[in-house]
Design a protein around this ligand. Structure first.
Ligand SMILES: Cc1cc2nc3c(=O)[nH]c(=O)nc-3n(C[C@H](O)[C@H](O)[C@H](O)COP(=O)(O)OP(=O)(O)OC[C@H]3O[C@@H](n4cnc5c(N)ncnc54)[C@H](O)[C@@H]3O)c2cc1C
Length: 428
């Protein structure tokens, strides 16, 4: 039976493995002690509870992600309001509002009297058309019509989706996100997030599925080199161990781009991968009680924040979890100072919708700084992303850093795994 060796057990590798089990013998080689890569859950000792490395938000438009969840039997593990509703808070203006997108394609939500962004003008919708028609070199800032729609919605949306600031972020990549979400109508924009945790939704069910389907996952298996002959990969190294790739066998390289650069560049001439990165900060505050949160924030389970450091606050039982994207700009800040500033913002946003408010004193907090959360989604970095196909007939690439047409996202990672399986001709 054909044996497919999948190197890297992040969502791209798991997606490829799930796609191929039942059609081939599959082994996943994961360097770490568990799969999941940049989308994982773990027990945090300081907080005394399980957390995700970072809050992850999906949209109902993420077709590949939902298909993957269906294949591994985890489609019911996500939670969300079931409608396109996004509560927001502007810290500068001390203003709360809720964006309720119209269900279909016509943006009735943007009309005066609709549940639109306060202060926006209709002509600002031109920004969306500019993004949809953006050329390779255009930045997001080039496309945005100044005004409240940009300040209160499109800029924060761009920073979250690209994890890159608007001045340097690729308008083409953001345009692709808009094309696959907002342009399909509000019902394509319903927000979803894991009810329990990233691992419980995306990782553990996939590993269980692979096990049932006779797939194998090897942890602590770090691939350090490959051997090739002619147009084929013939072996790879796992520390001192040498894994032979048989004449009927295939390799999907789904480890991070930086690792691919180190391992593969000797074998692939002019091989380029993204080499600039953006970080994401998450701060998890564990309250000594489960806050009784009411109204629009309770309805959505999260709130978007503009005008401060905080960008999203997720309500997860007794944990209030904050995301700050494109966080390289805070590199010089002290972690304790950041935590204190963010807690003050959280109190202003969540306190008023919590019965009894939130304590002034900061509760136990954990700041997780993912330094290389994503590649910087600039036009120059996008050009460095390779296709899934390589010059070797039995080697394909996968990962959010490959040329998916999307920024670094779960949807992109999962699509890339499926694309790798297709590229090798193993699924039709
Ligand atoms: C804090 C944070 C917040 C995010 N928020 C969102 C969000 O809201 N929505 C969204 O859609 N996306 C979000 N993302 C992006 C998303 O998590 C990633 O795009 C996705 O998880 C990438 O998956 P991947 O499989 O391509 O890469 P990775 O997750 O990096 O997986 C690569 C795997 O390869 C393994 N590996 C490394 N070296 C080797 C080796 N030599 N041999 C074998 N294995 C190796 C690694 O351990 C890892 O498990 C976020 C990311 C972060 C960090």
């Amino acid at each position: 039976m054909t044996h497919v060796h999948v190197i890297g057990g992040g969502l791209a590798g798991l997606s490829a493995a799930v796609e191929l089990t039942g059609r081939a013998r599959v082994t996943v080689y994961e360097a770490g002690p568990a799969c999941g890569g940049r989308a994982r859950s773990y027990f945090d000792r300081a907080l005394g509870t399980r957390i995700d490395n970072g809050n992850h938000l999906l949209l109902s438009a993420n077709d590949a992600a939902f298909r993957y969840l269906g294949l591994i039997g985890a489609e019911k593990s996500l939670k969300g309001p079931g409608k396109p509703v996004f509560p927001y808070f502007d810290l500068e203006a001390d203003l709360a509002w809720t964006l309720r997108l119209s269900r279909g394609r016509i943006p009735f939500w943007a009309l005066p009297g609709g549940a639109r962004v306060p202060g926006m003008r209709l002509k600002e919708l031109r920004s969306l058309f500019a993004l949809l028609g953006a050329r390779d070199e255009t930045t997001v800032a080039n496309c945005l019509v100044p005004g409240m729609l940009s300040r209160r919605l499109l800029e924060p949306f761009a920073v979250s989706a690209l994890n890159t600031d608007c001045e340097t972020g690729s308008a083409k990549l953001l345009g692709n996100v808009v094309r696959q979400s907002l342009a399909r109508g509000g019902m394509a924009c319903c927000p979803w997030y894991p009810e329990k945790g990233l691992s419980e939704s995306f990782v553990d069910p996939a590993v269980a599925h692979l096990s049932v389907m006779q797939g194998e996952v090897r942890h602590g298996a770090r691939v350090s080199g490959i051997e090739t002959r002619g147009a084929r990969v013939t072996a790879f190294a796992l520390g001192a161990e040498r894994i032979v790739v048989g004449s009927e066998d295939y390799v999907i390289f789904a480890a991070p781009g930086s690792v691919a650069g180190g391992v593969l560049s000797a074998h692939l001439s002019s091989f380029q991968v993204p080499d600039a990165f953006e970080s994401i900060i998450n701060v998890h505050f564990r309250l000594p009680f489960v806050p009784d949160i009411r109204g629009r924030v309770a309805e959505a389970g999260f709130v978007g924040v503009v005008g401060g450091i905080t960008e999203w606050v997720f309500v997860k039982g007794d944990v209030l979890s904050v995301t700050v994207s494109a966080a390289n700009r805070y590199a010089a800040r002290d972690n304790e100072e950041l935590k204190a500033m963010i807690w003050n913002e959280v109190r202003r946003v969540i306190g008023p919708v919590t019965v009894g408010g939130l304590p002034e004193a900061m509760p136990t907090a954990r700041l997780v700084w993912e330094k290389r959360a994503t590649f910087a989604a600039t036009p120059a970095q996008d050009r460095r992303r390779p296709d899934a196909k390589t010059r070797f007939e039995n080697l394909a690439l996968a990962g959010d850093w490959t040329q998916t047409g999307l920024p670094s996202t779960i949807e992109g990672a999962i699509r890339s795994g499926v694309a790798a399986a297709h590229t090798l001709g193993l699924v039709s």
